[in-house]
Write a protein that binds this ligand. Structure first.
Ligand code: SAM
Length: 262
């Protein structure tokens, strides 16, 4: 996942290739390897429904956020540090009941949410403990943290040298992540591996970017295209070989002390 400071040219340049890479109906503007069906399954496990107050951390242009707002009628707040991504998110959201704020996470807003989403961006946080402690604080009692992770040992120096924008790629082993959740008072209630599916999407995106390379390079330049392709080659290799595994999880905050009846 390559960092894009000016999102509009990337979104426009990659639109055609992304649309072609996902199976019919599975591309909803996500900037990730998740299919729409996987996003629906995860938000279903997090019990997002009408009126549920949802905070979507690192929402980007908010393809998933717009989909769940339209389909589920939740109250939605998306945060991202990219102003240019939020311009696109607001524009595409139109009349949907979505709100967006520009923020660098952590910290989280000083409110409580029934669900916190973090889709395909756990890897961008070098300090996952601080992030998870903030998420736990920002959940209501009984609240759910729904997210994906890239599971694996930290990248070696030579792997970091090959990955564009390696300062946004911080793997963590699932057991270590689960321990951080437990220490923050969150219990994993659902977990599913999605490595094969994400490998298939990464492979399809790589093929699509190569097919569309002349068109993409005209809009974002040859250097950015080369980095996009290099990053996807590495993800295909790592997801295919098991060097990195992908999981979707839901972790819940306890409902709190039950008052003893008299
Ligand atoms: C791979 S995109 C995922 C977007 C979206 N969650 C999705 O699934 O389509 C990652 C996003 O995280 C944002 N981001 C990364 N680190 C962040 C941070 N510390 N605070 C806020 N946004 C961040 C980036 O600007 C980018 O929009």
């Amino acid at each position: 996942m390559v960092r894009q400071d000016r999102r509009a040219p990337f979104v426009a340049a990659l639109q055609q290739a992304r649309t072609a890479a996902y199976p019919p109906g599975e591309y909803v503007g996500q900037e990730s390897f998740m299919r729409a069906g996987e996003i629906r399954q995860l938000v279903g496990r997090a019990r997002i429904g009408p009126g549920v107050y949802v905070l979507d951390l690192c929402c980007g242009v908010a393809g998933p956020g717009r989909m769940i707002s339209a389909e589920l009628g939740c109250q939605y707040l998306g945060l991202d540090h990219s102003a240019s991504a939020l311009v696109i998110a607001r524009d595409l959201a139109g009349d949907l009941p979505c709100r967006f704020e520009q923020a660098h996470v952590p910290p989280l807003p000083n409110q409580q949410f029934e669900v916190v989403l973090l889709l395909e961006t756990m890897l961008a946080f070098p300090d996952k403990r601080s992030l998870i402690e903030e998420v736990a604080r920002g959940l209501t009692p009984g609240g759910r943290f729904a997210f994906t992770i890239e599971d694996g040992r930290p990248l070696t120096a030579s792997e970091r040298a090959r990955m564009p924008d390696a300062d946004t790629v911080w793997l963590i082993e699932l057991a270590e992540l689960t321990a951080l959740l437990r220490e923050a008072g969150l219990t994993v209630t659902w977990q599913q591996q999605c490595s094969a599916s994400h490998h298939a999407i990464a492979t399809a995106l790589l093929r699509s970017f190569r097919t569309d390379s002349a068109h993409i390079a005209r809009q974002i330049g040859t250097k950015a295209l080369t980095e996009l392709i290099s990053a996807h080659e590495l993800w295909c290799d790592w997801l295919g070989s098991g060097r990195v595994r992908k999981f979707a999880l839901v972790a819940e905050k306890p409902l709190g002390e039950v008052r003893a009846s008299r």
